[in-house]
Design a protein around this ligand. Structure first.
Ligand SMILES: [Zn+2]
Length: 300
């Protein structure tokens, strides 16, 4: 073999190995937003409030469900996993107990709240521990962003659970929500609203607002792991959730006084005693304004 041919052969071998490396290193970036009311075992504020006497055991279950989903994402070949703590103070997940493969976004307030950290570099979004929208029969701890102030939130005339409001944030960045877990009611609402193609894991069935029949934990963890892998594998079949702009946000508060301050913001109009609305072209700007209005409503 002369030197010239030898050099060409070496060059081809290098090309093949680089190509193989690139194939094996296909990017799969997964975003996980974790709420608490939809975690198996959680049915009361004594568990979901950081001041509650059963809070520490509930946050342990929350971390364990999160770790099961992280394991499922790794099974599917995830190359980067970001977990956003999305409940209450957003300081529920203990970093030292979280699976060491995941990054953790913790604390609040955050500009994008339950969706902080999402951008167009992600390939899929997963919601776990989620709950049904305010006013859902048998929805365990049902509410929409604020139990104390929100009666309902409508976007372009569709009454939204947090699943929908947050999926639209992911949709803004062209990222699909591929799996939702929580009680059976939120799983039903997610399938109805987002897509029949998404995977759901109902870890408990509501018997009322404060009661549920729960899966055994080992079964819940197994299902979460398996369905996460399945959902990520079929992610290309699931479309990001989007609505056509402009966006009309309508916030109906529990009490009329809660609309008094929100009405003062430029562009926000009063519809009736307890309802305000605004129209906006950019969904993320609308999402942020919605949250500011809720904070104002809660400030009195
Ligand atoms: Zn929550």
């Amino acid at each position: 073999m002369n030197k010239q041919i030898f050099r060409v052969l070496i060059f081809i071998l290098i090309l093949i190995s680089v190509n193989n490396y690139l194939i094996s290193a296909e990017k799969l970036k997964v975003y996980i937003s974790v709420d608490m009311e939809g975690i198996a075992g959680v049915v009361h504020r004594e568990q979901s409030s950081s001041a509650g006497k059963d809070y520490n055991i509930a946050r342990k279950w929350m971390i364990e469900e999160t770790n099961a989903v992280i394991q499922g994402a790794l099974d599917a070949g995830a190359t980067e996993i970001v977990v956003n703590d999305s409940h209450g103070s957003m300081r529920n997940i203990i970093l030292s107990e979280l699976h060491p493969s995941a990054y953790l976004i913790t604390g609040s307030p955050k500009p994008l709240s339950m969706m902080q950290g999402i951008d167009d570099s992600f390939d899929a979004v997963i919601f776990i521990g989620y709950h049904a929208k305010a006013g859902t029969k048998n929805g365990v701890l049902d509410h929409t962003y604020s139990g104390s102030s929100i009666y309902s939130i409508r976007i372009n005339n569709i009454e939204m659970p947090e699943v929908g409001i947050n999926a639209l944030v992911a949709g803004y960045f062209d990222v699909p929500v591929v799996l939702v877990s929580g009680d059976s009611e939120v799983c039903f609402q997610a399938k109805e609203l987002l897509s029949k193609e998404i995977e759901v894991v109902p870890v408990k069935e509501g018997i009322g607002r404060y009661a549920a029949k729960c899966l055994p934990l080992n079964k819940a963890f197994k299902l979460l792991r398996e369905k996460t892998k399945l959902a990520l594998k079929k992610r290309s079949k699931i479309k990001p959730f989007k609505l056509d702009p402009p966006y009309t946000f309508e916030l109906e508060f529990n009490f009329s006084y809660q609309a008094d301050y929100p009405e003062l913001i430029p562009g926000v109009k009063r519809k009736n005693g307890r309802t305000v609305y605004f129209v906006i072209k950019d969904y993320i700007e609308g999402f942020k304004l919605m949250r500011a209005l809720i904070a104002l409503a809660r400030s009195q």
